[in-house]
Design a protein around this ligand. Structure first.
Ligand code: THU
Length: 142
């Protein structure tokens, strides 16, 4: 699965975004190590707090089906139908990534010129509180 294909799947998923309050629509495509892709969109709530980001939607879909190892995620976001510059994952979503992903997990973003910007998880979250801090072995985290 090429980075550009993953971005295209994220763009398609963005069409399902439920964001009547912010009107900021986000779509994601999460590539699992088994080759399967889980898509996600942001889902807002009238009481705001329950809002779920597109990244976590994709992760939770995969994890709820027993898939817990991942290679990459593509993220596309912006107001309404316009795609803005790179849509970086929020801190809460980075923490979810830190729970399940290795430091070299790939985060694929697209800028307003349609260029791909690819980051490692440890570039966006260089220090992390993770499973090993609670003495859970076998999960990579520092
Ligand atoms: N949002 C995401 O889904 N992912 C991001 O990476 C940034 C923010 C959503 C949450 C909310 O529905 C809207 O974008 C505005 O914050």
């Amino acid at each position: 699965m090429h980075d550009r294909n993953l971005i295209e799947l994220a763009s398609l998923s963005r069409n399902f975004s439920y964001a009547p309050y912010s009107t900021f629509k986000v779509g994601t495509a999460l590539l699992a190590s088994n080759g399967k892709v889980y898509t996600g969109c942001n889902i807002e709530s009238a009481s705001y707090t329950p809002t779920n980001c597109a990244e976590r939607t994709a992760f939770f879909k995969a994890i709820s089906e027993g898939v817990t190892t991942f290679e990459a995620i593509a993220i596309v976001g912006g107001f309404d139908d316009a795609q803005t510059d790179c849509c970086y994952p929020c801190g809460v979503c980075l923490q979810v990534m830190a729970e399940f992903c290795e430091p070299d997990f790939k985060i694929i973003l697209v800028d307003r010129d349609e260029h791909l910007n690819v980051y490692r998880l440890d570039a966006l979250l260089p220090y992390r509180f993770g499973p090993t801090h609670l003495k859970l072995k076998g999960v990579s985290s520092e």
